[in-house]
Design a binder for this molecule. Sequence first.
Ligand code: GAR
Length: 195
Amino acid sequence: MLKLAIFGSGSGTNCQAIIDAIDAGTLDAEIKCVLADSEDAYILERARKHNIPAIYFDCAPFKTKLDGEAEQSVLKILEEHDVNFIALAGFMRIVKDGLLNTFAGRMINIHPSLLPSFPGLDSSKQALDYGVKFTGCTVHFVDAGVDTGTIINQRCIAIEEDDTLETMMKKLHAQEHIAYPEALQWIAEGRVALK
Ligand code: GAR
């Protein structure tokens, strides 16, 4: 049984899609806790509405990574909540060795582009500015690189002439909300080799 911790930094619509898939019986998993690096991230409110432990953790003094004391406190939280798998869902920090080693092959992420194109930040804007005709989302294992881990699932969208970043993101998010629960269910069914 997947006993999940979901990590986010913002709105949490992917977390919501995972919650909804579990409620609908299409994803065989349990969410043990939701963690965020920002106190007012709406993802925490979504968790509370579903009676899921919602935990803020302070990453200071680091601005872009989860490391040091914060990483140690997160590892403790995960142990206390009996977590065996991590889903990063809009978590905007780099995870470092402590978490990577403890959850080797048991941590995945969703990224808003068709990797290996457009890794890193602002991927959707990069894709739109580049002029690609198709983009999409990727669910992948997390390794020590930035968006370089083994790919589990991808879904694509067409970018039309009149698309703006806003209209494109709407289509993209709809595909993310299918791709993420689907990937987790494949893992739950043992159909994906853990990398
Ligand atoms: C999603 O589009 C996800 O792909 C992206 O952040 C958004 C979070 O939305 N992740 C990254 O950019 C990671 N580098 P959500 O909070 O509504 O799920």
